[in-house]
Design a protein around this ligand. Structure first.
Ligand code: G4P
Length: 528
């Protein structure tokens, strides 16, 4: 328990949203509150621009810049907060999924005009798998959005999570007057365009108080009284343990760009969000307060510039203390490794650090030794679990255009897929190489990097699959028969696990119905 004070100080989380809901804006406001940046726009300039979707080099260049802001550490009210950035671009969703394995909680931003959108739904599935605590921020209340209760209902239904309103808005759009903070029993008034650091809260303990009518008008005051009565009746008090177990999500209404409602949320976050949590491994649960260091790699960022072939592996510290120039045990290779220049990511600059504690993320220079999910310890052999691969959505066959470079191609495919750029499958019983990605863009990245870094020239041919499911069964014979029967749709992943490649949802459902003894898994985690 040597490091308990350091551990209790830390909160590591990610902000997630569908693109354009306001993640970048909210991140920036958090950093302003934390004093990590002085001006608005500092984070924004690192954002991957929407219009650059077809130009992957440009996106990679911007991603390169954004490595520095991949983890933003700031202090707020005696807490050390690690905010892990997640790329908004859909084609990098896999990166986001993985980042979610390294955080202890998330803030979900929802656009009040658009409600629950595609990418939010998918991200929430990942979050639900891990029971990660969620705080919801309903943004853009200054725009004519959906009705507040309709929004709450939609979010609950779509994301299959129980909500707990912490604030309740008074109108939206041009008529937006502010929020009533249910736990603080105070009214926070909105003034359009204000960028003031903090909005003044007016204490109104008793809603019958005529001050309320004077501040928001009789009509809106009455609507608010009804809303509060309804919410109190339905939701009661927030149970922090339900939030921590991922059952209930506190909800705030606000407007990030106007810096409205942000501080209320941040203060609640500080109060209830979890400090670094214990983590499951293949052997036992690891408590953050254990004296021995352990951590895992959840992301690898490669430099596309051929003159700088360095990669940065992002390591989440899970227990003990990580120190510079100290030998650690790399479980997969059974080798001892040490790092002379580990990075921390403080706001905009990278700094070499001497030590790090549970909840922290350290950037390690890597020359190709790391793979996503790799574990470092002080000698013990285990892997952290809960870092699965998710099914890709686009599949292509890799055709080698230069037989003389077969070896280089194999090596390149292995290394790039270790980095998590894509997943590699091999056709069952054959040697057809299949690459699966979440977005088209990655195929361009792979093709480019195979040529630039490995001298391997390839062609990618689209395959008519839409999902990969990992297969297991307690009945070996049934699984064997299925594999033989469906050979054209069966492949092996890099670890030799069987995968069924489904052409469509209909095929997948049919096969699942016809083969009740076979389990179809949507993540690779089952094999841990
Ligand atoms: P993202 O990271 O989730 O993709 O969203 P981002 O913060 O970039 O916000 C997307 C757009 O929504 C931005 O406008 C931003 O200014 C705007 N926005 C964020 N919060 C609010 C809010 O509370 N109210 C309103 N009305 N708009 C909000 P943009 O035009 O795309 O960029 P910019 O030119 O304003 O920077």
């Amino acid at each position: 328990m040597k490091y308990i004070n350091e551990i209790n100080k830390r909160k590591t989380f990610a902000i997630i949203s569908h693109p354009d809901a306001g993640k970048t804006t909210l991140t920036e406001k958090f950093l302003l509150f934390g004093g990590a940046i002085q001006t608005a726009g500092a984070v924004k300039s690192n954002k991957i621009k929407k219009h650059a979707t077809s130009d992957f080099m440009e996106i990679e260049r911007q991603r390169g810049i954004s490595v520095a802001t991949s983890v933003m550490t700031f202090e707020y009210k005696n807490h050390l907060i690690n905010l892990l950035d997640t790329p908004g671009h859909k084609d990098f969703a896999e990166d986001t999924y993985r980042t979610l394995t390294a955080v202890d909680s998330v803030v979900l931003v929802i656009d009040s005009v658009n409600g629950v959108e595609d990418q939010t739904r998918r991200l929430m599935e990942v979050i639900a798998m891990r029971n990660t605590p969620v705080i919801v921020f309903i943004n853009k209340m200054d725009r004519d959005g959906k009705n507040r209760f309709d929004l709450l209902e939609e979010i609950e239904k779509e994301l299959k999570i129980q909500l707990h309103p912490m604030t309740i808005p008074i109108n939206s759009g041009k008529e937006f007057k502010g929020v009533y903070d249910l736990s603080q029993k105070s009214l926070v008034l909105f003034t359009a365009g204000t960028k003031a650091e903090v909005d003044q809260a007016i204490e109104i303990n008793d809603l019958e108080n005529e001050l309320l009518d004077a501040k928001v008008g009789k009509n809106d005051a009455n609507i608010l009284r009804e809303d509060v009565e309804l919410i109190d009746g339905v939701y009661g008090d927030l149970k922090v343990e339900d939030y921590l177990s991922g059952k209930t999500a506190p909800v705030f209404f606000g407007s990030a760009v106007n810096n409205f409602g942000v501080k209320e949320m941040l203060d609640t976050f500080i109060r209830i969000a979890p400090t670094p949590r214990p983590r499951q491994t293949t052997v036992r649960e690891i408590a953050p307060a254990e004296d021995s260091f352990s951590g895992f790699v959840f992301k690898i960022h490669a430099n596309l510039d051929p003159r700088h072939r360095d990669r940065i592996a992002f390591l989440r510290v899970c227990s003990g203390r990580f120190a510079r120039n100290t030998y650690y045990h790399h479980v997969r290779s059974s080798k001892d490794v040490r790092f002379s220049n580990p990075y921390s990511f403080l706001a905009r600059q990278k700094d070499v650090i001497e030590e790090a504690y549970p909840g922290d993320v350290v950037g390690l220079f890597d020359t190709g030794n790391f793979k996503i999910g790799d574990t470092l310890t002080e000698g013990e052999d285990f892997y952290f679990t809960g870092i699965p691969s998710f099914s890709p959505e686009i599949f292509k066959e890799v055709i080698n255009k230069d037989p003389l470079k077969t070896k280089q191609l194999e090596k390149g495919l292995m290394q790039l897929t270790d980095e998590g750029v894509a997943q590699l499958f091999t056709q069952f019983g054959g040697n057809k190489k299949i690459i699966g990605c979440v977005g088209e863009l990655q195929f361009e990245v792979i093709q480019y990097r195979l040529l630039q870094e490995y001298g391997a020239s390839v062609q990618m041919n689209s395959l008519p699959f839409y999902k990969a499911c990992w297969l297991t069964s307690t009945d070996a014979k049934k699984l064997d028969d299925f594999v033989k029967y469906k050979q054209a749709n069966i492949a092996e992943d890099k670890d030799g696990h069987l995968v069924y490649l489904a052409q469509s949802e209909w095929f997948l459902n049919t096969e699942r119905n016809n083969n009740p003894d076979i389990e179809f898994h949507f993540t690779s985690e089952i094999h841990k």
